[in-house]
Design a protein around this ligand. Structure first.
Ligand SMILES: Nc1ncnc2c1ncn2[C@@H]1O[C@H](COP(=O)(O)OP(=O)(O)OP(=O)(O)O)[C@@H](O)[C@H]1O
Length: 233
């Protein structure tokens, strides 16, 4: 589905991604683990087209994404939930979901009804302004809004940041269910070991703009092994 070869990108003349190689197959959940500042968000922004590729290539379903706008990539079926959620805080939960449908030209009511069936917590908050939700509820809304666009592949940037543990568990269950029911493929970047290992079939370690190794989830789950092998925890 996604194939990334020797990908380079950065901000102006500052290089951040230094040659990323990565494959994500149809239906896979792949996690990328890395400390602050290692380039996780930069990778997702580059895959979505918000940052220019300065070297290498990205192909999605066999087509190169180079030079395509974020909107064109969204139309190809790539969804993006950025770090910090970026929901519309003055619009209600329902209006936020409508925006997700509008941007993707999806039929509104059936799409929202079907998404809400997987997000019972949001169903109780439909009239509330997005800005009046808790951090975890906003994260669920950002994910639900992204799903309104009908993506087949989702880029998820640190969904657990600043979120209480009970909602993290709910998010894990929701994503597992969505993966099964909607045959989604997910590339997730995170610092939360429990979240990433609960969801990912493979965990890749990103350090200084490079994927330095792949670890199976059972190794990533083991804090002592992670400390010893990767210097991560
Ligand atoms: N707009 C920007 N202009 C210049 N440098 C930036 C910009 N955004 C990020 N950087 C730098 O790029 C590097 C990688 O940042 P990035 O946000 O990709 O890291 P990250 O792994 O996602 O970290 P975090 O978990 O803190 O979000 C950092 O050194 C950061 O300071």
């Amino acid at each position: 589905m996604l194939n990334v070869t020797d990908l380079r990108s950065g901000y102006g003349r500052i290089p951040i991604l230094a040659g990323i190689n990565l494959d994500v197959k149809d239906g896979e959940f792949v996690g990328i683990l890395g400390h602050n500042g290692m380039g996780k968000s930069t990778l997702l922004r580059t895959l979505m087209g918000y940052l220019p590729v300065t070297g290498g290539d990205i192909t999605f379903d066999g087509k190169s994404l180079k030079g395509l706008s974020p909107t064109a990539r969204a139309r190809m079926g790539i969804g993006y939930v950025p770090q910090g959620r970026e929901i519309f805080s003055s619009l209600s939960v329902y209006e936020n979901l409508r925006m997700g449908c509008l941007m993707a030209k999806q039929a509104e009511k059936p799409t929202i009804d079907s998404i809400l069936a997987d997000f019972p917590r949001l169903e109780r908050l439909l009239e509330r302004p997005g800005g009046a939700l808790s951090g975890g509820e906003q994260q669920l809304l950002a994910l639900a809004r992204c799903l309104c666009g009908g993506p087949k592949f989702i880029l998820l940037d640190e969904p657990t940041e600043g979120i209480q543990p009970s909602i993290i568990e709910e998010m894990i269950e929701t994503l597992q269910k969505l993966g099964r029911e909607r045959s989604l493929t997910i590339l997730l970047v995170e610092q939360n070991l429990n979240f990433i290992t609960s969801l990912s079939e493979r965990v890749l370690i990103l350090q200084k703009g490079l994927i330095i190794r792949e670890v199976p989830p059972h190794v990533a789950k083991d804090r002592a092994m992670m400390e010893e092998f990767v210097g991560m925890v």
